[in-house]
Design a protein around this ligand. Sequence first.
Ligand SMILES: Cc1cc2nc3c(=O)[nH]c(=O)nc-3n(C[C@H](O)[C@H](O)[C@H](O)COP(=O)(O)OP(=O)(O)OC[C@H]3O[C@@H](n4cnc5c(N)ncnc54)[C@H](O)[C@@H]3O)c2cc1C
Length: 493
Amino acid sequence: MTNLIYSPEQLNAHSLDVIIVGSGPAGVAVAERLYQEHPSATIGILERGSVLTLNHISNIFPNELRRPFIDRFKIKPWEGGFQEGGMLLPALGGRGIAAGAHLRRFDKDDFKLWANGEWPDSVIKDFPDYYNDAELARRVSVSAIRGPAQTWALGLLNSFHAYPPPIGVDLWSEGGFEIGRGYDSSVSRLWKLLIQDTLEHENEKRRIYVATNAYVTKIEHKDSQVTGLRFLNTLLKPDNDPVLLQSKIVVLAASTIESARLFLHSQLAPENPIAGCYLAEHIECRAKIMVSPITREVQSQGVSVVIPPQKTDKIDPMDRFQIHLRGQPDRDGNLSIDIGGFAAMDPEPANCVTLSANRDIYGIPKAYIAISSSKSDEQRVKRMCLRIREIKDILGGKFITERFPFEEVQPTYTEEDKAIQKMDWGRSYHEAGTLRMGVNPKTSVTNEFGQVHGISNLFVADASLFPCVGIANPMLTITSLAYRVADHIKGEI
Ligand SMILES: Cc1cc2nc3c(=O)[nH]c(=O)nc-3n(C[C@H](O)[C@H](O)[C@H](O)COP(=O)(O)OP(=O)(O)OC[C@H]3O[C@@H](n4cnc5c(N)ncnc54)[C@H](O)[C@@H]3O)c2cc1C
């Protein structure tokens, strides 16, 4: 029998060049690149979660089902706090399955703007080519939303240099965001690779092996080498013994929080004292406005607009935020617009992931997160909230106070708090940092190719590599960086 997906134990029967931990956008990008660029490399992916639904194979995830689907998960993958492990969607494809499709490049300024958060020069130099590859692979194009409402919004917000966002949705739709196709395409690209591999190779000569329900609990290492990975089969009782799996190279792509947690639990930190530090995410503020548009035509269309940082002669760190507008007509003929502001965060060593005293059901310490905003973060957020108000006024809208179901309105909230919500930590889903890359081993955990300092066969490929979070949605940069890490691994195999 030919299996597309393996059980964790079955992987042990195969000799692997590379094992990737995690099958989100980062893990899949490494696998995809290695598969295409290295003609003989054998690749294993260990994914803690299961295969979810057939929908993801075709990458069909209707927008109206996204929220109820997410709510089904008891742990509320991205609604809980960091402490509850709330940043994960353990499933083949990771959070990319439900990610919202905005695939935006970092602005040039963001790579260098932050003291303590400068990206290595070689990465900046190589990035245009990697961004091109990632955009082609994900069919990034300008927002699918067109029509009179979009023209109306872009026209009114012209002075803010508003533009339609680059997204990975390839269908044109008249109906606003009810687009049944798009979102992150990495999981469907993985299925394509698996099918291609099955067709091209006999079972024992396959090049890519994916095991689901495989929870990696430890990286075994001796001297300056990783010797293997310990993993548990999550379909068995929690007290089953971890199995050892070996490969020449190990790649961490389990997400910013989980890669750091695994790194710390594996006691790799003594050699890398800043492992876990410099966690940052986008500080997110949300508001909803209702506009009564002028014409019937405008009423029947959606809006999708991004407002970038405003261009001035000198780059102002206080202006490093972006604002997204997503509008849909409602039944009463109004335009209801969700506004999301994402502000950059200063890279601070004190914002970090450590191991909690609490353990998960497998006995592994949970991640504990310490994070707070700096004074300049707060100023930046204040300015972003002012801009959200300006946008509301320019569009002639009025705020609708609609809080998310899981958030309670605190008695201390002012009217302004109620109109513009500052989301809890972890709610932007754009976390980064923790195993940062750099050229100086004292201030970074990996070198500029994602290779862990002092451990030549251990790589990191997800957003934990980011020296700073910038303002762009991270997935395009994650993919590009993962391609670059894969190219370096190719030379190491
Ligand atoms: C609702 C939503 C909307 C979003 N919209 C956008 C957007 O528009 N644009 C954008 O750029 N980004 C967006 N994002 C963010 C984007 O989804 C993440 O940045 C991206 O998924 C991170 O990729 P990753 O591969 O590093 O991690 P993940 O996607 O989290 O994948 C990590 C994988 O590793 C697995 N794993 C973890 N630990 C282990 C372990 N120990 N053993 C085995 N497997 C493990 C997990 O189960 C998971 O499958 C959005 C996120 C959400 C939740």
